[in-house]
Write a new protein. Structure first.
Length: 297
């Protein structure tokens, strides 16, 4: 008898001669079950998997004890996530900053455009507007109708156009055309909340403000790192717990991570680099470490 990856699953060596098993619950090996499910036949005396190992494996899988989670290490987690999200597009405002649209005003306007709008839409829309007018003075000289046309595609483009125009005029009148790196000033603008103010200050001014969107809220709660019900409460909880060096990083990393790996529905837990630390709070429709997978169709 041999023990496979400390799972409590035993099998006769002769039955697994050519069967390649990945270490249970590890990033490099992915998941043992994923491997088993993906294999149609194995070198088991020429028989199919179902005829030699599969039934025995399933019988033990159902009764195996849950694997104990490791303590959550935020430093290690963010290093692993940074590598995992490397193939995916950056969040829109970070992408814009990399392209040179990195002033406090440009970042604030881009965030307003992104509200209730997918990055795939808000990114080109923001580029279109800011390529035409980048400063408060330039945007204040446009009409609301011109701004609306430039941001067409963004949700509530008509309302956002009026808001953007009003903010630009207010900056020209009250701040000599330059938006200061001041959270109170940003929050004084109609329709600007902590999410946009914090993200603009974090990216453009390098100030340690945490911006919590739906991805940051969902992922940090799924980890068990915080236990909150709303993004606003998550912001407060993270301000107390998250090291300040990660205040901006948490949004930069968790937006693509939440969009492509730790998704809202059926998260891809088997390919998650922090699975061993994640408490998987509320995860029902995905394979959970140490538990049986979804029923085989």
């Amino acid at each position: 008898m041999i023990l496979l990856a400390d799972t409590g699953f035993h099998a006769q060596p002769e039955a697994l001669t050519d069967l390649k098993i990945c270490p249970w619950g590890t990033w490099n090996g992915r998941m043992m079950v994923e491997t088993m499910l993906s294999m149609l036949t194995v070198g088991c005396h020429g028989k199919k998997l179902a005829h030699c190992v599969w039934g025995y494996f399933l019988a033990h899988l159902i009764s195996m004890p849950a694997v104990k989670k490791q303590p959550f290490d935020i430093d290690r987690a963010l290093v692993l996530i940074q590598e995992a999200v490397r193939p995916f597009p950056k969040a829109a405002m970070f992408a814009l900053a990399d392209e040179g649209f990195d002033s406090p005003f440009e970042q604030l306007i881009a965030c307003i455009i992104s509200i209730r709008t997918y990055d795939e839409v808000s990114l080109p829309v923001s580029r279109r507007l800011l390529s035409r007018a980048r400063t408060p003075v330039e945007i204040s000289q446009l009409t609301c109708q011109e701004i609306e046309k430039l941001i067409e595609g963004s949700t509530y483009a008509d309302r956002k156009a009026e808001q953007i125009h009003a903010i630009a005029r207010q900056i020209v009148e009250d701040h000599n055309g330059e938006l200061p790196c001041d959270v109170e000033v940003m929050l004084s603008f109609k329709g600007v909340g902590p999410k946009c103010a914090h993200l603009a200050l974090g990216i453009a001014c390098h100030q340690p403000y945490i911006s919590v969107d739906t991805h940051v809220h969902r992922v940090t709660n799924r980890w068990g790192y915080v236990q909150t019900k709303t993004p606003e409460k998550t912001t407060v909880a993270l301000e107390k717990k998250l090291p300040s060096i990660y205040s901006v990083e948490i949004n930069r990393l968790l937006v693509p991570f939440g969009k492509h790996i730790c998704t809202g529905q059926r998260p891809h837990c088997s390919t998650c680099p922090v699975l061993e630390m994640c408490q998987q709070v509320g995860v029902e429709n995905s394979f959970k470490l140490g538990q049986s997978p979804d029923p085989i169709p």
